[in-house]
Design a protein around this ligand. Structure first.
Ligand code: 5GP
Ligand code: MN
Length: 326
């Protein structure tokens, strides 16, 4: 796929007035931080821009919410430009796709390797640690002034998608961008407290409950845990509050692949997969019609939890049987 340049995309934005931004569903820090930063910048340029959402923003990101973040219908029938943010395919904004394609021109800004082309203009950089890095570059290209709020939002995007600068997607460039954000008014301590140190105690209890039933397999190289609907009820916690559990699992000595199964409904299991150094979890996710990055991917399995568990264990065993080339 041939990318457009950020200059070409920037020119489209500058010549538009009504602009809608579409971060992916099950919104995360990168999708939301990137969308809020870009929307804020477009508004500073006098554009009629909104972020359109299809689900509730998780509590740890609510500090970023602005009046221009809308759930439901947009304030106009069709946009001059619709921009998909951090979305590797149309299914990532399924409920809003009609509205997206009503836009006169469409743009996709993303960093997922498995991206399927669906927009008129595309800038997809799988080397970017976060879509937030791409938004930073775009704002530079359109000569936009960075405010403290834009800096905080981009930092939120980058810190969350890099596991707070721990994952191997983190590069020198990631740090250079963040260094520049400090000059633009970033308050990193405030953002970190909002994101990492504002956890409900019920969520910690859920995490303890889930990790207690840890299943280690493949001679200690793989670990799997499940969150059932009952666990959520018992701990008065929500599915979104399972975020982070997989990182604890992956941090265990010797674990190469970590799996978290989330029972959304009886026969609807959302799977999160992470690899530490040499495993390729994007391959595993793809075999279940999902996707993502080599070291962080996901999919949905339409089976009871016990069956999904068996299928995933088999797929992980197959992947780990390939061994390490490191
Ligand atoms: P998470 O485990 O945090 O939900 O997702 C990890 C990564 O995999 C994210 O980059 C996300 O975009 C991708 N991902 C998760 N679930 C799916 C899915 O069902 N389909 C696709 N294409 N990507 C997914
Ligand atoms: Mn991302």
């Amino acid at each position: 796929m041939q990318n457009n340049t950020l200059k070409e995309i920037g020119e489209q934005l500058l010549s538009a007035n009504r602009i809608l931004l579409f971060p992916h569903m099950q919104i995360d820090g990168d999708a939301y931080g990137s969308a809020v930063a870009l929307c804020y910048a477009l508004r500073n340029l006098g554009k009629d821009a909104y972020v359109l959402l299809e689900d509730k923003v998780p509590a740890f990101l609510s500090f970023l919410t602005q009046d221009f973040c809308l759930e439901g219908e947009p304030p106009f029938e069709s946009a001059d430009i619709s921009i998909a943010i951090d979305c590797s395919d149309v299914e990532r904004f399924e409920k809003r796709k009609d509205c997206f394609f009503r836009g006169k021109t469409s743009v996709c800004l993303d960093h997922h390797m498995t991206t399927k082309v669906f927009a008129d203009y595309n800038y997809i950089d799988a080397k970017a640690a976060a879509t937030g890095e791409i938004i930073y570059d775009l704002l530079k290209v359109i000569d936009c002034e960075f405010s403290p709020l834009i800096s905080d939002a981009l930092y939120a995007a980058i810190t969350t998608d890099t596991g707070n600068f721990r994952y191997s997607n983190t590069t020198k460039r990631t740090h250079m961008i963040v260094a520049d954000l400090y000059d633009k008014g970033l308050n990193h301590a405030k953002v970190c407290v909002e994101i990492y140190e504002n956890v409900r105690k019920e969520r910690i209890a859920l995490s303890a409950n889930v990790l207690k039933d840890l299943h280690i397999f493949c001679e200690g190289k793989a670990g799997l845990v499940s969150v059932t609907q009952k666990m959520l009820r018992d701990n008065h916690a929500s599915l979104e509050e399972t975020e982070g559990i997989i990182d604890t699992l992956k941090s265990i000595e010797g674990i190469e692949i970590a799996v978290l199964l989330k029972e959304k409904e009886d026969d609807l299991i959302k799977v999160s997969l992470r690899a530490k150094s040499y495993g390729n979890v994007a391959e595993i996710a793809k075999s279940f019609h999902g996707g993502g990055h080599i070291k962080a991917a996901g999919c949905t399995i339409h089976s009871p939890l016990a069956d999904a568990k068996k299928m995933i264990i088999q797929a992980v065993e197959k992947e780990l049987a390939k061994g390490s080339s490191l």
